[in-house]
Design a protein around this ligand. Structure first.
Ligand code: ACM
Length: 760
C-alpha cells in the first residue's frame, strides 16, 4: 500500500466507500499490483479538461487520440478541481511505476517518468470502452470506474522478438505489432534483421547486402508453407514480397535506414526500445553471397546443420563487421545491440591458413576459441562506441566479459543461465519451451507461458538480480504471412506480458477470465489471434448406435462451419449451430472462423467410427502390471525399431518413462491387458514427445506418431467389461521424454489409468 501514499489526490478519495479489494475487479492485462475499486464512475465528455505538463505532451496526445476515437473530439487543456484528467510525473515513483486515482470528479495519473505515465495510460485505456481502438467517435461519454491503482513491473525487460529474415514483414505490420505490444506494457522489440535467408536492413557502405542479399529464390521452407496453404490461406507466401529479377522469381525485401529510423521513433513514442540483431559469425549466408570474401572459403553453403560462417581470421571481416555495426549504432539508439553468436559451423575455419596463423599468434587452442575471439573482439569495439552486446547463450562457451548480456535459448542446456549469472553476466530468458512462439500453440500453451518460471528454482539471490526479464521469439521459417504471425503470437503474448509485469501475483484462472474481454478489443485492432480452444474435442470418436456433434463457443466471436466431404470449410459451408446427428462412419472437418472474417482460423478433423464393443478375454490368473520392452537405438532406425534386440524388460504399473531409462533415443513397447470395469466407450488421451501409438483390443485408438514436441491426441474404443489386449509403442528421438496416458468414461474428467486395470 506504500505507493498509495504518493497519490496527490488521496484526500478527496477518502470519502468514497470501498466496493471490493479481493478479487480482480478490472479486466486489465497485465493485472496491476494493487487495485481498490470504489463506488461510482468518472465520465469523460467533450467538456472534460486535460491538465498536464509540457514534458508529457506526447503521452497526452496518445491519450487524446483514444478519447477522440471514442467521443469524437480531443480534450482541451486546462486546470480545475472537477471534470479534469490530471497527468504528471512524480519522481518518487520508479521509472515505469504509476499511480492512478479515479474519483467521480478527477482522474489523476502520475508516473515515475513519461514511460511510467504511458504504462498507466494503458491501464486507463483498457478501462475505456474498446470502441476507443477504432475511429468511431460515436460515444457520448467514456465512463470509467472509480478506482485506486498502484502498479509497477517486476521485470525490466519484457520483450517480443520477430524474425524478419526468414519471411519479411511490412513496416505497417511492425507498427501494428508495436501498437499491440504497447497495450500490454511490453518495452522491448528484438528485430532479427539478418540471416541466411535474407539481409533486411540497408547498409550504405555495402549496397549489395540488400540489392542481392535481400532476395532469394523460393527455399524448402517456402515450399512447405505453400503445401500447407492449401488448407490454410494464412500459410501462403505474401505476394507483396515476390518479384521477378532478371526473369527469375525471387522472394524478399528490406527496410531502408530512413524507414527504420521512423520505426524507432514510433516505438519510442510507445516507450518501446527496438533492439536490432545482426547475427554473426554464423547465419551469414545472405551476406557472404553478396560479399564472398567474408568467408574463409569464398563461398557459403549449407553444412550438416548450419551454413559456412564469416571468417574470424581475416582483418577484412572485422572491417566489414565494424562498418556494418557503425551504421546500425546510428539507426538504433538502444544501448544493447544483439550480435547473435549462435549456431556456427566452424569446419571452414579448421582448414584455413589465416586461422592457423591467428590461433598460433593468439594462443587459441581450437575453433571454438576462434569464435570466442571474434565475439570478444567485437565486444571491445561495441564498448569503445558506447554500446553493449547481447548474444545467444553460445557466447558464454569459451569465455565472455561480464558486460555482455546473455540471451538464453537452448532449453537443452539448462545450466547455461546459471553459468552466465555466475560469470557476472545479465541474462534474458527466452528458452524454446515455452517461449519459442514458432512452436505451434495448443490448448496448454497459454498456461505454460503464463506459469513459466522466469527465475528457475534454487537460483542464488545474487544471480536472480541479474535476470533482466524474458522475451518470446517468433522465428518465421514457417510463418509466411502477417496473419500467421499474429496467430502464433496472440494471445500467448498476453500471458507473457502478465507473467513478466505481475510476476508476484499470478492467477491463471483470473487471467483466463479477463482474457475473454480482450478478444473484442483485439478484433477492433484487427489482430488475427488464435481463437480459444473448443472444449473437449475428441478427434477419433467411436459410437455404437448413434452420436451427435455440437460445441459451446467459448467466446461469441466465433462461427463453426463444417463439411462432410473432407474439403476445408469456407464461408458457404454449413454452420454448426445445432446438434449434427451422426449414425454412420463420418469424417467431419470443422472450421472455426471469427465473425466477419472470411479466413479460417482453426481446423478440427473429427472422425466418427461406428463400432461394436470388443469381446473381453478372461483375466483370471494374470499378473499385475504391463510388460515394458526397452530398445536402445539411434534416431536413424526410429521407424524400424521393432525387430531389434530387446535391451531390457520390466513390469510397469503406471504408464510413464521409467526413471532408469537413460539412452537419449529409445523405444518402449508396453504390452499386456487392460481390464475395464464396465461396458461402454472409453476415451484415451495420449500426450507424448516424441511418438506414441496406442492400440486396444487390436483396434488403433490413438495415433500420435512422428517426431514431435509434446502434443496430446485422443481417441475412443468400445469395450466390453473385462480384459483387452493393450499395446502402446513409445519412441523417443531425443530431448522430450514425455509420455502421459489418461482415460475418461461417461464424460468423467481425464485421469490416470488405475494400476489395477493393467495386467499381463
Ligand atoms: C536460435 O534459435 N538459434 C537462437
Amino acid at each position: 500500500m506504500k505507493q498509495l501514499l504518493a497519490f496527490a489526490v488521496i484526500t478527496f478519495l477518502a470519502t468514497l466507500s470501498v466496493v471490493s479489494q479481493e478479487k480482480p475487479v478490472l479486466n486489465v492485462i497485465p493485472y496491476p499490483s494493487k487495485v481498490i475499486l470504489r463506488k461510482g464512475n468518472f465520465k469523460i465528455t467533450k467538456t472534460t479538461l486535460l491538465n498536464r505538463s509540457d514534458q508529457l505532451s506526447q503521452e497526452c496526445s496518445f491519450l487524446n487520440g483514444l478519447i477522440e476515437n471514442g467521443i469524437g473530439t480531443k480534450l482541451g487543456l486546462g486546470a480545475g478541481e472537477s471534470n479534469v484528467i490530471k497527468i504528471a510525473v512524480d519522481h518518487r515513483l520508479k521509472h515505469e511505476e504509476y499511480a492512478l486515482a479515479v474519483s467521480t470528479d478527477i482522474v489523476s495519473l502520475s508516473g515515475g517518468s513519461p514511460a511510467g505515465v504511458f504504462r498507466g495510460l494503458q491501464t486507463l485505456r483498457q478501462m475505456f470502452s474498446d470502441q476507443v481502438e477504432v475511429d468511431s467517435g460515436k460515444l457520448k461519454a467514456l465512463s470509467i470506474p472509480c478506482v485506486l491503482v498502484s502498479d509497477l513491473p517486476v521485470f525490466d525487460y519484457r520483450g517480443l522478438h520477430l524474425d524478419v529474415s526468414r519471411h519479411f514483414f511490412t513496416i505497417e505490420f511492425l507498427k501494428k505489432y508495436l501498437d499491440v505490444m504497447a497495450l500490454y506494457k511490453f518495452n522491448k522489440l528484438h528485430l532479427h534483421l539478418t540471416d541466411d535467408q535474407g539481409w533486411r536492413i540497408e547498409i550504405k557502405k555495402y549496397p549489395k547486402l540488400t540489392s542481392e542479399g535481400a532476395w532469394r529464390t523460393f527455399n524448402n521452407q517456402d515450399s512447405a508453407c505453400i503445401v500447407k496453404s492449401k488448407e490454410n490461406p494464412d500459410m501462403a507466401i505474401d505476394p507483396r514480397f515476390i518479384v521477378k529479377k532478371d526473369g527469375v522469381k525471387k522472394y524478399g525485401g528490406f527496410y531502408t535506414q530512413a524507414q527504420m529510423i521512423d520505426l524507432v521513433s514510433y516505438a519510442k513514442l510507445r516507450h518501446i526500445e527496438i533492439i536490432p540483431e545482426i547475427d554473426m559469425p554464423g547465419h551469414m549466408m545472405a551476406a557472404i553471397k553478396a560479399y564472398p570474401y567474408l568467408s574463409c572459403t569464398g563461398t557459403s553453403n549449407w553444412g550438416k546443420l548450419f551454413t559456412t560462417p564469416i571468417c574470424p581470421c581475416n582483418e577484412s571481416t572485422y572491417d566489414f563487421a565494424e562498418d556494418v555495426f557503425r551504421e546500425i549504432f546510428e539507426i538504433f539508439p538502444s544501448q544493447y545491440i544483439h550480435i547473435g553468436g549462435d549456431e556456427v559451423d566452424r569446419a571452414s575455419w579448421q582448414t584455413n591458413q589465416a586461422c592457423a596463423e591467428l590461433m598460433k599468434r593468439e594462443g587459441i587452442k581450437n575453433t571454438a576459441g576462434l569464435q570466442s575471439y571474434f565475439i570478444n573482439r567485437m565486444e571491445k569495439f561495441f564498448l569503445a562506441n558506447g554500446k553493449k552486446i547481447i548474444g545467444w547463450d553460445e557466447i558464454l562457451e569459451e569465455g565472455i566479459s561480464t558486460t555482455a548480456m546473455v540471451m538464453y535459448w537452448r532449453s537443452w542446456v539448462p545450466l547455461a543461465p546459471l553459468a552466465a549469472l555466475k560469470n557476472g553476466n545479465r541474462v534474458i530468458m527466452t528458452p524454446g519451451e515455452p517461449l519459442y512462439f514458432d512452436y505451434l500453440p495448443n490448448k496448454n500453451s497459454l498456461y505454460d507461458v503464463y506459469n513459466f518460471k522466469v527465475i528457475p528454482k534454487n537460483y542464488p539471490e545474487s544471480g536472480v538480480r541479474n535476470i533482466y526479464g524474458a522475451q518470446a521469439n517468433l522465428w518465421t521459417e514457417m510463418v509466411p504471412s502477417e496473419n500467421r504471425a499474429e496467430y502464433m503470437v496472440f494471445p500467448r503474448a498476453l500471458a507473457l506480458a502478465e507473467n513478466l509485469w505481475s510476476h508476484h501475483h499470478l492467477d491463471f484462472n483470473s487471467f483466463s477470465r479477463r482474457l475473454l474481454s480482450h478478444y473484442p478489443r483485439l478484433d477492433l485492432l484487427a489482430v488475427k489471434y488464435r481463437l480459444p480452444d473448443l472444449e473437449n474435442v475428441i478427434t477419433e470418436r467411436v459410437f455404437m448406435n448413434r452420436d451427435s456433434l455440437y460445441f459451446d463457443k467459448p467466446i461469441n466471436n466465433m462461427k463453426l462451419r463444417y463439411t462432410l466431404n473432407g474439403s476445408i470449410p469456407n464461408m458457404t459451408s454449413n454452420e454448426l449451430s445445432e446438434k449434427l446427428k451422426i449414425n454412420h462412419n463420418t469424417a467431419v472437418t470443422l472450421g472455426v472462423f471469427a465473425q466477419g472474417d472470411t479466413a479460417i482460423r482453426e481446423i478440427y478433423k473429427i472422425n466418427f467410427k461406428k463400432q461394436d464393443m470388443a469381446e473381453a478375454m478372461t483375466v483370471s490368473g494374470k499378473h499385475a502390471g504391463l510388460i515394458g520392452d526397452y530398445y536402445k537405438f539411434l534416431p536413424d532406425s526410429l521407424s524400424t525399431g521393432a525387430g531389434k534386440k530387446v535391451d531390457s524388460t520390466f513390469i510397469i504399473k503406471t504408464i510413464s518413462v521409467p526413471k532408469t531409462v537413460d539412452a537419449p533415443t529409445f523405444q518402449i513397447d508396453f504390452t499386456g491387458i487392460i481390464d475395464v470395469p464396465q461396458d461402454g466407450v472409453y476415451t484415451f488421451y495420449l500426450d507424448c514427445d516424441d511418438s506414441g501409438v496406442l492400440s486396444i483390443a487390436d483396434r488403433l485408438v490413438v495415433d500420435n506418431g512422428g517426431m514431435h514436441s509434446s502434443i496430446e491426441k485422443n481417441g475412443q474404443v468400445a469395450l466390453k467389461k473385462g480384459g483387452h489386449r493393450f499395446n502402446l509403442i513409445f519412441k523417443e528421438g531425443g530431448g522430450g521424454y514425455k509420455l502421459r496416458l489418461l482415460y475418461s468414461f461417461n464424460n468423467s474428467s481425464p485421469a490416470a489409468i488405475p494400476s489395477t486395470w493393467l495386467k499381463h
